[in-house]
Design a protein. Sequence first.
Length: 400
Amino acid sequence: MPETKAVPPSWAAALRPGSASRPPALSLRDAAPALLGYVAVRITGIAILLITASVTGKDGMHRLSGRWDSVWYQRIAEHGYGYEVRLPDGTLHSDLAFFPLLPALERGLSAVVPPLGVAGAGLLVSWLASLAAAGGIFAVGARLYGRRAGVLLAVLWGVYPTAFVQSMAYTETLFTALAAWALYAVLTDRWITAGVLCIGAGLTRPVAAALIAAIGVTALWRLVTAWRGGEPLRTHRRMMAGTCLAPLGWLSYIVFVAVRESAPFAYFDVQAAWNNRIDGGAALAAFVAEQFSHNVLAGLGLCAAFAFLFWVVWLCVRQRPRQPLPVIVYCVVVVVISLIGSGYFGSRPRLMMPAFPLLLPAAVALAGARRRVVPAVVVGVAALASGVYGAFTLLGSGPP
Protein backbone atom coordinates (compact mmCIF):
# COMPACT_ATOMS: atom_id res chain seq x y z
CA MET A 1 0.00 0.00 0.00
CA PRO A 2 1.51 3.41 -0.91
CA GLU A 3 2.45 5.67 1.95
CA THR A 4 -0.12 8.27 2.96
CA LYS A 5 1.60 11.61 3.16
CA ALA A 6 0.43 14.79 4.82
CA VAL A 7 2.26 17.66 3.22
CA PRO A 8 0.32 20.91 3.46
CA PRO A 9 0.85 23.42 0.67
CA SER A 10 2.10 25.93 3.21
CA TRP A 11 2.49 26.30 6.92
CA ALA A 12 -0.35 28.79 6.91
CA ALA A 13 -2.67 26.10 5.56
CA ALA A 14 -1.41 23.68 8.18
CA LEU A 15 -2.57 26.05 10.88
CA ARG A 16 -6.02 26.81 9.50
CA PRO A 17 -8.89 25.21 11.43
CA GLY A 18 -10.70 22.67 9.32
CA SER A 19 -7.96 22.69 6.68
CA ALA A 20 -8.47 20.07 4.02
CA SER A 21 -4.80 19.16 4.41
CA ARG A 22 -5.33 17.81 7.90
CA PRO A 23 -4.45 14.10 7.91
CA PRO A 24 -6.42 11.40 9.72
CA ALA A 25 -5.58 10.87 13.37
CA LEU A 26 -2.37 8.90 13.91
CA SER A 27 -2.67 5.59 15.71
CA LEU A 28 -0.26 3.47 17.70
CA ARG A 29 0.00 1.22 14.66
CA ASP A 30 1.14 4.19 12.59
CA ALA A 31 3.77 5.07 15.18
CA ALA A 32 4.96 1.48 15.73
CA PRO A 33 7.86 1.63 13.20
CA ALA A 34 9.12 4.86 14.76
CA LEU A 35 8.88 3.48 18.30
CA LEU A 36 10.52 0.17 17.39
CA GLY A 37 13.30 1.92 15.50
CA TYR A 38 13.86 4.31 18.38
CA VAL A 39 13.99 1.47 20.91
CA ALA A 40 16.46 -0.41 18.71
CA VAL A 41 18.95 2.46 18.50
CA ARG A 42 18.67 3.24 22.21
CA ILE A 43 19.20 -0.42 23.15
CA THR A 44 22.29 -0.31 20.95
CA GLY A 45 23.60 2.67 22.91
CA ILE A 46 22.88 1.07 26.28
CA ALA A 47 24.46 -2.22 25.16
CA ILE A 48 27.67 -0.43 24.14
CA LEU A 49 27.71 1.33 27.52
CA LEU A 50 27.18 -1.86 29.54
CA ILE A 51 29.76 -3.85 27.56
CA THR A 52 32.34 -1.09 27.88
CA ALA A 53 31.57 -0.69 31.58
CA SER A 54 31.99 -4.43 32.13
CA VAL A 55 35.35 -4.43 30.35
CA THR A 56 36.59 -1.46 32.40
CA GLY A 57 35.19 -2.76 35.69
CA LYS A 58 32.62 0.02 36.17
CA ASP A 59 28.91 0.05 36.95
CA GLY A 60 27.15 1.10 33.76
CA MET A 61 23.64 1.25 35.22
CA HIS A 62 24.80 3.46 38.06
CA ARG A 63 26.09 5.90 35.45
CA LEU A 64 22.55 6.20 34.12
CA SER A 65 20.79 6.81 37.41
CA GLY A 66 23.32 7.97 39.99
CA ARG A 67 25.44 10.77 38.57
CA TRP A 68 25.33 14.53 38.12
CA ASP A 69 21.86 16.07 37.95
CA SER A 70 20.16 12.72 38.57
CA VAL A 71 21.36 12.81 42.17
CA TRP A 72 19.90 16.27 42.71
CA TYR A 73 16.51 15.21 41.37
CA GLN A 74 16.49 12.12 43.57
CA ARG A 75 17.31 14.17 46.67
CA ILE A 76 14.42 16.51 45.90
CA ALA A 77 12.13 13.50 45.41
CA GLU A 78 13.14 12.07 48.78
CA HIS A 79 13.41 15.20 50.93
CA GLY A 80 11.85 18.10 49.06
CA TYR A 81 13.59 21.38 48.38
CA GLY A 82 16.08 22.97 50.75
CA TYR A 83 19.43 21.30 50.07
CA GLU A 84 22.48 23.49 49.38
CA VAL A 85 26.16 22.85 48.77
CA ARG A 86 28.87 25.40 49.52
CA LEU A 87 31.79 25.00 47.11
CA PRO A 88 35.43 25.66 48.09
CA ASP A 89 35.36 28.95 46.16
CA GLY A 90 32.42 30.12 48.28
CA THR A 91 29.65 29.80 45.67
CA LEU A 92 26.39 28.24 46.78
CA HIS A 93 24.59 25.59 44.74
CA SER A 94 20.92 25.24 45.67
CA ASP A 95 18.51 22.51 44.56
CA LEU A 96 16.03 25.28 43.69
CA ALA A 97 17.79 25.37 40.31
CA PHE A 98 15.92 22.16 39.40
CA PHE A 99 12.30 22.19 38.28
CA PRO A 100 9.82 19.98 40.16
CA LEU A 101 7.95 17.71 37.75
CA LEU A 102 10.53 14.93 37.39
CA PRO A 103 11.22 14.58 41.14
CA ALA A 104 7.46 14.66 41.78
CA LEU A 105 6.99 11.77 39.35
CA GLU A 106 9.94 9.91 40.88
CA ARG A 107 8.49 10.26 44.33
CA GLY A 108 5.01 9.22 43.26
CA LEU A 109 6.17 6.20 41.26
CA SER A 110 8.54 4.98 43.98
CA ALA A 111 5.66 5.22 46.49
CA VAL A 112 3.40 3.13 44.25
CA VAL A 113 6.15 0.61 43.40
CA PRO A 114 8.51 0.64 46.43
CA PRO A 115 11.01 -1.93 45.03
CA LEU A 116 11.94 0.55 42.32
CA GLY A 117 13.32 3.08 44.72
CA VAL A 118 13.72 6.69 43.68
CA ALA A 119 16.64 5.95 41.37
CA GLY A 120 14.78 3.18 39.56
CA ALA A 121 11.68 5.33 39.35
CA GLY A 122 13.72 8.09 37.72
CA LEU A 123 15.02 5.72 35.07
CA LEU A 124 11.55 4.31 34.40
CA VAL A 125 10.04 7.78 34.06
CA SER A 126 12.83 8.79 31.68
CA TRP A 127 12.51 5.65 29.55
CA LEU A 128 8.71 5.87 29.31
CA ALA A 129 8.99 9.56 28.52
CA SER A 130 11.52 8.78 25.79
CA LEU A 131 8.93 6.57 24.08
CA ALA A 132 6.34 9.34 24.41
CA ALA A 133 8.88 11.79 22.98
CA ALA A 134 9.65 9.50 20.05
CA GLY A 135 5.91 9.19 19.39
CA GLY A 136 5.41 12.95 19.51
CA ILE A 137 8.40 13.59 17.26
CA PHE A 138 7.06 11.04 14.79
CA ALA A 139 3.65 12.70 14.89
CA VAL A 140 5.11 16.12 14.07
CA GLY A 141 7.31 14.74 11.29
CA ALA A 142 4.50 12.66 9.78
CA ARG A 143 2.11 15.61 9.95
CA LEU A 144 4.49 17.79 7.96
CA TYR A 145 6.39 15.51 5.57
CA GLY A 146 4.80 12.05 5.61
CA ARG A 147 5.08 8.96 7.78
CA ARG A 148 8.41 7.76 6.46
CA ALA A 149 9.99 11.10 7.31
CA GLY A 150 8.31 10.95 10.73
CA VAL A 151 9.81 7.53 11.44
CA LEU A 152 13.28 8.68 10.44
CA LEU A 153 12.93 11.88 12.47
CA ALA A 154 12.18 9.89 15.64
CA VAL A 155 15.02 7.42 15.01
CA LEU A 156 17.52 10.18 14.20
CA TRP A 157 16.65 11.85 17.50
CA GLY A 158 17.59 8.56 19.17
CA VAL A 159 21.10 8.69 17.64
CA TYR A 160 21.74 12.36 18.43
CA PRO A 161 25.36 12.71 19.69
CA THR A 162 24.25 13.17 23.30
CA ALA A 163 21.35 10.71 23.03
CA PHE A 164 22.81 8.76 25.96
CA VAL A 165 21.11 11.38 28.15
CA GLN A 166 17.78 10.03 26.87
CA SER A 167 18.54 6.84 28.81
CA MET A 168 19.47 8.68 32.02
CA ALA A 169 17.26 9.84 34.88
CA TYR A 170 17.28 13.35 33.42
CA THR A 171 14.52 15.71 32.28
CA GLU A 172 15.34 15.84 28.56
CA THR A 173 12.99 13.04 27.52
CA LEU A 174 10.12 14.25 29.70
CA PHE A 175 10.44 17.79 28.41
CA THR A 176 10.78 16.75 24.76
CA ALA A 177 7.71 14.51 25.04
CA LEU A 178 5.61 17.38 26.37
CA ALA A 179 7.03 19.84 23.83
CA ALA A 180 6.60 17.55 20.80
CA TRP A 181 3.00 16.72 21.62
CA ALA A 182 2.26 20.38 22.41
CA LEU A 183 3.57 21.36 18.97
CA TYR A 184 1.49 18.61 17.40
CA ALA A 185 -1.55 19.92 19.27
CA VAL A 186 -0.95 23.40 17.84
CA LEU A 187 -0.53 21.99 14.34
CA THR A 188 -3.85 20.18 14.68
CA ASP A 189 -5.60 23.19 16.26
CA ARG A 190 -5.96 21.69 19.74
CA TRP A 191 -4.97 24.78 21.68
CA ILE A 192 -6.24 23.84 25.14
CA THR A 193 -4.29 20.58 24.94
CA ALA A 194 -1.22 22.52 23.81
CA GLY A 195 -1.55 24.90 26.75
CA VAL A 196 -1.91 22.09 29.29
CA LEU A 197 1.11 20.23 27.88
CA CYS A 198 3.09 23.47 27.97
CA ILE A 199 2.24 23.83 31.67
CA GLY A 200 3.88 20.45 32.23
CA ALA A 201 6.90 21.45 30.14
CA GLY A 202 7.18 24.65 32.17
CA LEU A 203 7.41 22.56 35.35
CA THR A 204 10.18 20.43 33.82
CA ARG A 205 12.86 22.66 32.31
CA PRO A 206 13.48 26.42 32.00
CA VAL A 207 13.83 26.05 28.21
CA ALA A 208 10.03 25.78 28.21
CA ALA A 209 10.32 29.48 27.41
CA ALA A 210 10.94 28.35 23.81
CA LEU A 211 7.67 26.41 23.72
CA ILE A 212 5.78 29.30 25.32
CA ALA A 213 7.22 31.61 22.66
CA ALA A 214 6.22 29.21 19.88
CA ILE A 215 2.62 29.03 21.07
CA GLY A 216 2.41 32.76 21.76
CA VAL A 217 3.90 33.91 18.45
CA THR A 218 1.70 31.52 16.48
CA ALA A 219 -1.43 32.65 18.31
CA LEU A 220 -0.52 36.31 17.76
CA TRP A 221 -0.01 35.69 14.05
CA ARG A 222 -3.38 33.96 13.85
CA LEU A 223 -5.12 36.81 15.65
CA VAL A 224 -3.52 39.47 13.45
CA THR A 225 -4.46 37.50 10.34
CA ALA A 226 -8.04 37.10 11.59
CA TRP A 227 -8.32 40.80 12.44
CA ARG A 228 -7.02 41.85 9.02
CA GLY A 229 -9.47 39.49 7.35
CA GLY A 230 -12.40 40.86 9.32
CA GLU A 231 -12.90 37.58 11.17
CA PRO A 232 -14.46 37.88 14.66
CA LEU A 233 -11.77 37.29 17.27
CA ARG A 234 -14.26 35.49 19.50
CA THR A 235 -14.01 32.50 17.16
CA HIS A 236 -10.48 32.02 18.53
CA ARG A 237 -11.44 31.80 22.19
CA ARG A 238 -9.98 28.32 22.64
CA MET A 239 -6.73 29.44 21.07
CA MET A 240 -6.51 32.44 23.38
CA ALA A 241 -7.32 30.26 26.40
CA GLY A 242 -4.62 27.75 25.48
CA THR A 243 -2.13 30.55 24.95
CA CYS A 244 -2.90 31.99 28.38
CA LEU A 245 -2.43 28.55 29.96
CA ALA A 246 0.94 27.97 28.31
CA PRO A 247 3.23 30.04 30.61
CA LEU A 248 1.55 29.07 33.89
CA GLY A 249 3.82 26.13 34.72
CA TRP A 250 7.05 28.05 34.14
CA LEU A 251 5.76 31.14 35.93
CA SER A 252 4.41 29.18 38.90
CA TYR A 253 7.84 27.74 39.68
CA ILE A 254 9.54 31.13 39.30
CA VAL A 255 6.97 32.57 41.74
CA PHE A 256 7.41 29.62 44.11
CA VAL A 257 11.15 30.25 44.36
CA ALA A 258 10.58 33.99 44.73
CA VAL A 259 8.16 33.48 47.63
CA ARG A 260 10.35 30.85 49.28
CA GLU A 261 13.44 33.05 49.12
CA SER A 262 11.57 36.35 49.70
CA ALA A 263 13.14 37.88 46.60
CA PRO A 264 11.35 38.54 43.29
CA PHE A 265 14.25 37.37 41.13
CA ALA A 266 15.46 34.59 43.42
CA TYR A 267 15.27 31.88 40.77
CA PHE A 268 17.61 33.81 38.49
CA ASP A 269 19.97 34.43 41.41
CA VAL A 270 20.01 30.69 42.10
CA GLN A 271 20.85 29.97 38.49
CA ALA A 272 23.57 32.62 38.49
CA ALA A 273 25.19 30.87 41.46
CA TRP A 274 25.36 27.78 39.25
CA ASN A 275 27.01 29.99 36.59
CA ASN A 276 23.87 29.79 34.47
CA ARG A 277 22.96 33.29 33.36
CA ILE A 278 22.10 34.97 30.08
CA ASP A 279 25.22 36.77 28.87
CA GLY A 280 24.44 37.12 25.18
CA GLY A 281 27.05 34.53 24.21
CA ALA A 282 30.02 36.20 25.92
CA ALA A 283 31.05 33.01 27.76
CA LEU A 284 30.79 31.00 24.56
CA ALA A 285 32.93 33.49 22.64
CA ALA A 286 35.50 33.51 25.45
CA PHE A 287 35.64 29.70 25.40
CA VAL A 288 36.23 29.63 21.63
CA ALA A 289 38.93 32.29 21.94
CA GLU A 290 40.56 30.25 24.71
CA GLN A 291 40.61 27.18 22.48
CA PHE A 292 42.30 29.17 19.74
CA SER A 293 44.95 30.34 22.20
CA HIS A 294 45.74 26.75 23.22
CA ASN A 295 45.28 24.95 19.93
CA VAL A 296 44.38 26.60 16.63
CA LEU A 297 42.98 23.36 15.22
CA ALA A 298 40.65 22.99 18.22
CA GLY A 299 39.43 26.54 17.71
CA LEU A 300 38.87 25.95 14.01
CA GLY A 301 37.01 22.75 14.81
CA LEU A 302 34.65 24.62 17.12
CA CYS A 303 34.04 27.29 14.50
CA ALA A 304 33.29 24.58 11.94
CA ALA A 305 30.82 22.97 14.35
CA PHE A 306 28.99 26.26 14.88
CA ALA A 307 29.00 26.94 11.14
CA PHE A 308 27.39 23.53 10.62
CA LEU A 309 24.79 24.29 13.32
CA PHE A 310 23.85 27.62 11.75
CA TRP A 311 23.70 25.97 8.32
CA VAL A 312 21.25 23.37 9.67
CA VAL A 313 19.10 26.11 11.22
CA TRP A 314 19.13 27.88 7.86
CA LEU A 315 18.06 24.66 6.14
CA CYS A 316 15.15 24.41 8.58
CA VAL A 317 14.05 27.96 7.84
CA ARG A 318 14.34 27.49 4.06
CA GLN A 319 12.97 23.93 3.89
CA ARG A 320 10.29 23.26 1.28
CA PRO A 321 7.47 22.78 2.10
CA ARG A 322 8.29 25.16 4.92
CA GLN A 323 8.30 24.10 8.52
CA PRO A 324 5.30 25.68 10.29
CA LEU A 325 5.73 28.82 12.35
CA PRO A 326 5.43 27.16 15.81
CA VAL A 327 8.00 24.49 14.87
CA ILE A 328 10.50 27.05 13.57
CA VAL A 329 10.07 29.41 16.53
CA TYR A 330 10.44 26.57 19.04
CA CYS A 331 13.54 25.17 17.34
CA VAL A 332 15.32 28.49 16.88
CA VAL A 333 14.61 29.71 20.42
CA VAL A 334 15.89 26.44 21.95
CA VAL A 335 19.14 26.85 19.97
CA VAL A 336 19.48 30.52 20.91
CA ILE A 337 18.90 29.84 24.62
CA SER A 338 21.52 27.10 24.49
CA LEU A 339 24.09 29.48 23.01
CA ILE A 340 23.55 32.71 24.94
CA GLY A 341 23.92 31.24 28.44
CA SER A 342 27.10 31.28 30.48
CA GLY A 343 26.96 27.63 31.53
CA TYR A 344 29.47 24.84 31.02
CA PHE A 345 30.35 24.48 27.33
CA GLY A 346 30.12 20.69 27.31
CA SER A 347 26.45 20.79 28.28
CA ARG A 348 25.36 22.87 25.27
CA PRO A 349 24.80 19.94 22.85
CA ARG A 350 22.60 18.33 25.51
CA LEU A 351 20.68 21.56 26.01
CA MET A 352 19.98 21.67 22.25
CA MET A 353 18.72 18.09 22.13
CA PRO A 354 15.02 19.03 22.60
CA ALA A 355 15.30 21.01 19.33
CA PHE A 356 14.36 17.92 17.32
CA PRO A 357 13.16 19.94 14.27
CA LEU A 358 16.87 20.48 13.51
CA LEU A 359 16.78 16.90 12.23
CA LEU A 360 13.87 17.45 9.83
CA PRO A 361 16.01 18.29 6.75
CA ALA A 362 18.05 15.11 7.24
CA ALA A 363 14.93 13.01 7.88
CA VAL A 364 13.22 14.30 4.74
CA ALA A 365 16.37 13.75 2.66
CA LEU A 366 16.75 10.18 3.88
CA ALA A 367 13.06 9.50 3.37
CA GLY A 368 13.47 10.49 -0.25
CA ALA A 369 16.55 8.35 -0.86
CA ARG A 370 16.13 6.17 -3.93
CA ARG A 371 17.87 3.23 -2.30
CA ARG A 372 16.11 2.07 0.85
CA VAL A 373 19.41 0.77 2.24
CA VAL A 374 20.80 4.31 2.58
CA PRO A 375 18.70 5.31 5.64
CA ALA A 376 19.50 1.98 7.34
CA VAL A 377 23.24 2.46 6.82
CA VAL A 378 23.17 6.09 7.98
CA VAL A 379 21.14 5.27 11.08
CA GLY A 380 23.27 2.21 11.88
CA VAL A 381 26.55 4.12 11.69
CA ALA A 382 25.09 7.01 13.70
CA ALA A 383 23.78 4.61 16.36
CA LEU A 384 27.22 3.04 16.81
CA ALA A 385 28.96 6.42 16.91
CA SER A 386 26.42 7.81 19.37
CA GLY A 387 26.73 4.72 21.56
CA VAL A 388 30.54 4.88 21.63
CA TYR A 389 30.50 8.58 22.46
CA GLY A 390 27.91 7.99 25.18
CA ALA A 391 29.96 5.22 26.78
CA PHE A 392 33.10 7.38 26.64
CA THR A 393 31.30 10.31 28.27
CA LEU A 394 29.38 8.39 30.92
CA LEU A 395 32.35 6.31 31.99
CA GLY A 396 34.57 9.38 32.09
CA SER A 397 34.61 12.25 34.55
CA GLY A 398 33.01 15.11 32.63
CA PRO A 399 29.37 16.09 33.06
CA PRO A 400 27.01 15.72 30.08
